[in-house]
Every structure is written in structure tokens, then in C-alpha cells.
Ligand binder design. Structure first.
Ligand code: GDP
Ligand code: MG
Length: 168
């Protein structure tokens, strides 16, 4: 039986929780200051979707997003994408559109889910629920809300993406 392997890129402004999300999903841990393991481009986790084994390879950026210097190698061959922003960072929300375009330029149309992270910090929320829905609709993506810190919806995001890829 052929194993399905999916490359998933996680993009969004620095500080929104991308590395934490990957670490949470693949290692089950959360720390305040996650440093990317040197020499490792991605972490992986195997799941089962409708009886099929799926190997998810979650690609991390080494902080280059701050300098707009993510290389083509990062995007190359990606099957799916998480577009992440933070509940407490309005600029990261406003940057979603440009991140979507960058991914599209390199990968074409691939299954993409917008993730509003850090919903444990709702008391500091700077993005209205309606405007988040509106932007998601405008970009043609599903919106999911998550807290990597409290492990809310992280697994659901990657399951949904994997299911979308298998359905294609
Ligand atoms: P990246 O730059 O997008 O990779 O973001 P990081 O994964 O390095 O996370 C930036 C900071 O946000 C770190 O201090 C994380 O511990 C913190 N963080 C990540 N996810 C959450 C979350 O769901 N809730 C809260 N409160 N903090 C988070
Ligand atoms: Mg990071």
C-alpha cells in the first residue's frame, strides 16, 4: 500500500506561533521560547484519515519571514498551507492577503486554512470575528481558531488539511 506524504507549509508574520504549532503537533510540547532545531527543515507526524496512512511534513521557517527572505525551496512541492495570524497582532492579520499571494505564486492553488492563533488571549483581541470571517471568505479559505498554548484545535487544523488533500 502506498503511503501518502504531504508537505505542509506554515506561513504568517513572525511571532504568530508557527514554530510552536509545529512543535505542539509533532512533539506534543509548548514552550515560551521555541528555537528551531538547527539543521531540521521540518517535523513530521503520521495520522490516519479514512483508513489511509498519511505522513504530514510540517515545514518551519527559521525566522526568515521577518526579512521577507523565505526561499523557493521552502515552498517547493507544498501540498497544503496554514496561513497563521495572531489574535493579539493586528498587523499579522492585515498581512494574510500578501502571504496568500506569496504561496499562490510559488505553489498555485493548494488547500489552505487560515488559523487565528492565541485564542487563549481573547481579552487582548485586536481582530473582530466578522472581519476575520470576511477576509477568509475573500481569500477563499476556511477560518479556524486555535490556541497552540492550550492545545485547542491544532490537531483539527492538520486533519482538515489532510482530508482536503486526499479528497482532491
Ligand atoms: P513564529 O515566529 O510564528 O514561529 O512564533 P513562535 O512559535 O516562535 O511563537 C511566538 C511566541 O508566541 C512564543 O513566545 C510562543 O510561546 C507564543 N505562542 C505561540 N502560540 C501561542 C498561543 O496559542 N497562545 C499564547 N498565549 N502564546 C503563544
Ligand atoms: Mg518560528
Amino acid at each position: 500500500e502506498l503511503e501518502v506524504a504531504l508537505k505542509v507549509v506554515i506561513v504568517g508574520d513572525g511571532g504568530v506561533g508557527k514554530s510552536s504549532m509545529i512543535q505542539r503537533y509533532c512533539r506534543g510540547t509548548f514552550t515560551r521560547d521555541y528555537k528551531k532545531t538547527i539543521g531540521v527543515d521540518f517535523l513530521e507526524r503520521q495520522i490516519e484519515i479514512d483508513g489511509e496512512e498519511v505522513r504530514l511534513m510540517l515545514w518551519d521557517t527559521a525566522g526568515q519571514e521577518e526579512f521577507d527572505a523565505i526561499t523557493k525551496a521552502y515552498y517547493r512541492g507544498a501540498h497544503a498551507c496554514v496561513l497563521a495570524f495572531s489574535t493579539t497582532d493586528r498587523d499579522s492579520f492585515l498581512a494574510l492577503h500578501s502571504w496568500k499571494l506569496k504561496v499562490e505564486n510559488e505553489c498555485g492553488e493548494i488547500p489552505t486554512i487560515i488559523v487565528q492563533n492565541k485564542i487563549d488571549l481573547m481579552d487582548q483581541c485586536v481582530v473582530g470575528p466578522d472581519e476575520a470571517e470576511l477576509v477568509a471568505r475573500a481569500l477563499g479559505c476556511r477560518l479556524m481558531r486555535a490556541s497552540v498554548k492550550e492545545d485547542v484545535n491544532v490537531g483539527a487544523v492538520f486533519r482538515a488539511l489532510a482530508a482536503r488533500c486526499l479528497a482532491n
